[in-house]
Design a protein around this ligand. Sequence first.
Ligand code: PLP
Length: 249
Amino acid sequence: MAEIAVNLRSVRDKILYAATKRESKHRYFEPRLVAVSKLQSTESILSAYEAGQRHFGENYVNELIEKALNPQILEKCKEIQWHFIGNLQRNKINKILNVPNLYIIETVSNDKLADVLNNSWPRFRKSDNSKLNVMVQINTSQEKEKNGCDIIQVLSLVKHVINNCHNLKFMGLMTIGMFGYNIANGPNPDFVCLIKCREKISDELGIDMKNVELSMGMSSDYEHAIELGSTNVRVGTAIFGDRPQKNIL
Ligand SMILES: *Cc1c(COP(=O)(O)O)cnc(C)c1O
C-alpha cells in the first residue's frame, strides 16, 4: 500500500511536468487527477486518500455505491469526490444519485439520459438549487462497442443540456478513445477530435473555452493528453497497479 503513495507522487510529478509543455492558451488550469479505483479494494482507496488524493473514478454503479457507503470510507474520506465514468443505464439513476459525495457524471451520452438525470436530481440534492455536474461523452473513435454520442450529435446534446436541463451543470467533454494508439505517429486523433468538438461548441454556443473541460488521458497516455490540453485525466493502473479480475470481487 506504500507503493500507492509512491505511484501517486510520480504520476502527479509527471502531470505537473506535462502541464508545462502545453501551449500557452491551455495553461489556465491545473489538470485534475482522477484516481480510477474500479475493481480495487477499499484499502487501496484509503491509502490513496491518505496520500492526498481526493478525486476518484468508478465504472460500475453497484461497486461505486458499495464503496461510497463503506463505513471506513465515510468516516475517513470526508472530502472524497466521486466521478462516475462508466455506462449509465437509466434504471440505475436513482441509485447513483444517492451516492454521498458524487462529484460528477462524466458519461452523459444522449438527451434521454440527460433528461432523467435532470428530472431526478431535485429529489436527491442536499442543498436547494445545487446542480449536478455532468460531462458529455463523445465516441471520438466511432467504434461500435464504445459508448458516447456521435460526433455529429455533440452540439445538439450540449445545447439540450444547457438550455433544457437546468438542474445539470455542463462541465465539459469526455472521451475514452481507441486503445493502443502510438504517439510516435503524432497527436492522438481522439484527443484532437475532442479539442475540435470543444472549439465548435464554444464558437456556436458562445461559451468561453475555459468553461468546457476536456476529460481525456489514462495510464498509458495521460502526459500526452495533458500536453494537448486535457483538464481531467483518469488514471488507474499507474496508481493502483494491475486490476483484479471482475469476477473475484
Ligand atoms: C478503467 C478506466 C480508466 C483507467 O484506465 P487505466 O488504463 O487503468 O489508467 C480511465 N477511464 C475509463 C473510462 C476507464 O474505464
